[in-house]
Design a protein around this ligand. Structure first.
Ligand code: FAD
Length: 423
């Protein structure tokens, strides 16, 4: 750990590292709860609403609609340090930034999101550079996904889902269904071999949703290859090499492709993975160790983590980050007041799986790993047009205008505001 103090040494009572979905919502909630002395450390000029990148890749919206000026969403009275954290010392309670500033804190919230490891699969970056592979996991590449889909005349369209945890694990199959639906509407689906090269053993981990998605797969005639881990791409031959997961013989399959949608392996950012906050049980990814209910670090009680970087045992989604922010804000306020942090995150995640242009299945789960539907009155266990409208228009509006401002979505308010936040 660095030992220097320079003229850039400052202190904030509450430091939030990362001003993405989780960081901004937490800051807004803390500010609404009357807390002062908050700093957000965030390097980016722009704030991104990443869930819309699926629709960018499907040619439905421009990528620019997903980006807005970060400054608009920093809550009033919160200090924005436009810099990147490079080091955290939880013993001495400070962080070091890229520019060399040392910022001390009383309470720390880690919300730095996920790191995309493009170099972790040999040939991946070359395949991207060649132009016949793309990924909705990048703001700049998502438009290329649409170019590949709309210019496709027939052959093999390969969609990849990696082995380790990723943000929005539904995203790799959403773009596959949209592509297949586009090919169907264009009348070329019969000339296309859509392959899903996927590391999981089934289309979805919960049987109620898997049943619906299996029908979607059958409808498009998708060739699913489960338990397959992508280990290499040979861009010049347009081949993807998969290895059967857990196979002692390490059996390999080569899948030639014409277009490829690929998902980079993901982890916590390196400086988090290398810090004392990282969970030794996830050495490869380095997620921040937290109590899965209170989101408090077990070794450093003044440290919380949430969003994609937190080591909770569930899927990493914006919906989870939003729900977690309420728990972190509530528990932090309790701690500041010398009370027990009693708010608990129930593991809620929402994964809106788009199954066609105009159709969506809303998968909702909690730590019980059972469906946890939050929207009352309607049957969300089927593909729906109204859910599609929610995804395309409703959620982006709610994100920018309600959630980032620390508000709650009315229909889901009962589940969204834990007791402890009523401060
Ligand atoms: C293609 C795609 C589709 C998705 N679809 C959905 C969906 O339908 N529904 C859903 O709920 N979720 C979806 N997600 C996931 C969702 O976007 C994330 O789970 C969510 O953004 C997580 O919030 P976060 O704050 O943890 O991370 P982010 O929102 O990524 O924010 C992390 C922030 O930390 C900042 N940061 C990084 N490094 C540093 C550093 N060193 N110092 C300081 N700051 C740093 C970054 O600049 C960023 O602003 C999707 C994601 C993708 C890519």
């Amino acid at each position: 750990m660095s030992e220097y103090i320079n003229s850039q040494t400052t202190h904030s009572r509450i430091v939030i590292v990362g001003g993405g979905t989780a960081g901004i919502i937490t800051a807004s909630l803390l500010q609404r709860a009357g807390q002062t002395g908050i700093a957000i450390i965030e390097p980016s000029e722009q704030h991104f609403y990443q869930p819309i990148w699926t629709l960018v890749g499907a040619g439905l919206v421009q990528k620019e609609t997903s980006a807005r000026t970060e400054a608009r969403y920093i809550p009033k009275g919160v200090r924005w340090v436009q810099d990147a954290v490079t080091e955290i010392d939880p013993e001495k309670q400070y962080v070091i930034t890229h520019s060399g500033a040392r910022i001390g804190y009383d309470f720390l919230v880690v919300a730095v999101g996920i790191q995309l490891n493009w170099n972790a699969i040999p040939g991946l970056t070359d395949a991207i550079q060649r132009g016949d592979a793309s990924s909705n996991y990048s703001y700049d590449l998502a438009p290329r996904t649409w170019d590949l889909i709309r210019n496709f005349k027939g052959g093999t369209a390969l969609f990849h889902m990696p082995n380790n945890p990723i943000k929005c694990p539904g995203a790799p199959q959403k773009i596959m269904y949209l592509a297949a639906d586009h090919f169907r509407r264009k009348g070329i689906l019969k000339d296309v071999n859509v392959i899903y090269g996927c590391s999981t053993p089934a289309i979805y981990g919960v049987k109620e949703y898997a049943a619906v998605l299996s029908q979607v797969v059958a409808r498009y005639g998708i060739d699913t290859r489960f338990k397959q881990e992508l280990i290499e791409i040979r861009p010049e031959k347009k081949e993807a090499i998969f290895q059967l997961k857990g196979d002692p013989a390490q059996q390999r399959t080569t899948i030639p492709y014409d277009i490829l949608h690929v998902v980079p392996p993901q982890s916590a950012p390196d400086f988090v993975r290398d810090s004392p906050l990282a969970d030794p049980d996830t050495p490869k990814e380095g997620w921040v160790k937290v109590d899965k209910y209170t989101l408090q670090h077990p070794n450093y009680s003044n440290v919380f983590a949430l969003g994609d970087v937190a080591g909770t045992p569930n899927a990493k989604t914006g919906a989870a980050a939003s729900r977690q922010a309420r728990v972190v804000a509530s528990n932090l306020v309790a701690l500041i007041r010398g009370q027990e942090p009693t708010a608990r995150y129930d593991g809620y995640i929402a994964c809106p799986v788009i199954t066609a242009y105009g159709r969506m299945l809303l998968c909702e789960l909690d730590y019980t790993h059972r469906p946890a539907p939050a929207i009352p009155f309607i049957n969300t266990f089927k593909e729906r047009y109204d859910m599609w409208l929610l995804k395309k228009y409703g959620l982006p509006w709610l994100y920018w205008n309600v959630l980032l401002r620390g508000g709650t979505i009315p229909l889901m308010a009962k589940r969204e505001v834990p007791e402890g936040l009523r401060v």
